[in-house]
Design a protein around this ligand. Structure first.
Ligand code: COA
Length: 260
């Protein structure tokens, strides 16, 4: 099943696990690698056997230590803009993905790696994880949405500090800041993500997709999130899942959603 160079894929128990697989380079994100993640997600977007996604890094040291510095070191401004725009497209695609995507953050998540975790719907970190946007050390601002999503997730006060100082955020601080949902040991990391996804998999898939879209509308100035919610609510009333969910409640049984 693996036609990709930089990622590994596995489907088990209705969960697609995408593993960034460049451990000798601390899973640094080159342009092809990001496109491979997007392609893998696209392949399984309509696959009913996949109800949720885990994105993680191989090895015990890094989720991803940033965009691949060796790839862009010789770029001029125009090429850099394209790299950034293409990266944004991938991050936006993940954020808008209609199935839940959890980042299982197993070590360093720096620069583009941190940005990649932030476009996922949930983040679970191992206790050795370190987040950060160290781009100012390279004479750059973040380029894959970090200045926007870090502010959205932890607020302007601390985001500005971390973006300007390039300080790393340890796992326990990330939990306090609301940057991650849980911190667990590295051994427990994937099981924790799986148990969250298995819980979500018992819910109505259309309602889950619509909820993701409504929440994302908060940060989209081109859309009125309240209107998006009203439409999502109405849309779900016309689904078989809604009839099944309410029927199951009234009949005191477990709902069996079909995503229709
Ligand atoms: N791009 C390209 N290669 C990277 C990389 C990146 N973002 N991060 C790490 N690597 C490579 C290193 O060059 C090294 O390769 P080599 O063995 O061929 O020399 C390998 O991964 C291991 O990294 P190393 O720096 O030796 O590990 P370390 O444990 O001493 O330090 C970090 C770990 C994460 C602190 C350090 O690698 C680092 O600062 N990375 C860059 C982080 C960054 O600035 N990210 C933002 C990029 S926009």
């Amino acid at each position: 099943m693996n036609e990709y160079k930089y990622i590994l894929l596995q489907i088990e128990d209705n969960i697609l696990t995408i593993t960034i697989n460049r451990p000798d380079k601390l899973n640094a994100l080159n342009a092809q690698l990001l496109q491979e993640i997007k392609a893998a997600l696209t392949t399984h977007r309509d696959n009913d056997a996949v109800k949720g996604v885990i994105l993680t890094g191989s090895g015990k040291k890094a989720f991803a230590a940033g965009a691949d510095i060796s790839e862009f070191a010789s770029f001029d401004g125009e090429r850099a803009k394209k790299l950034s725009r293409d990266g944004h497209t991938v991050m936006d695609y993940i954020e808008a993905y209609p199935k839940p995507v959890i980042a299982a953050v197993n070590g360093f998540a720096l620069g583009g790696g941190c940005e990649l975790t932030m476009c996922c719907h949930l983040r679970v970190a191992s206790d050795n994880a370190r987040f950060g946007q160290p781009e100012v050390n390279l004479g750059l601002p973040p380029g894959y949405g970090g200045t926007q999503r870090l502010v959205q997730l932890i607020g302007k006060t601390k985001a500005m500090e971390y973006l300007l100082t390039a300080d790393m955020i340890k796992a326990d601080a990330a939990l306090q800041l609301g940057l991650v949902n849980y911190v667990v040991s590295q051994d427990e990391l994937l099981d924790k993500c799986k148990s969250i996804l298995q819980k979500i998999a018992t819910k109505g898939p259309i309602a889950v997709a619509q909820t993701i879209d409504c929440v994302n509308a908060v940060a989209d100035e081109s859309r009125n999130g309240f209107e998006v919610e009203i439409n999502a609510f109405g849309t779900c009333f016309d689904t078989e899942d809604f009839k099944e969910g309410t029927g199951a409640f009234l009949e005191k049984r477990k709902a069996e959603f079909k995503g229709k």
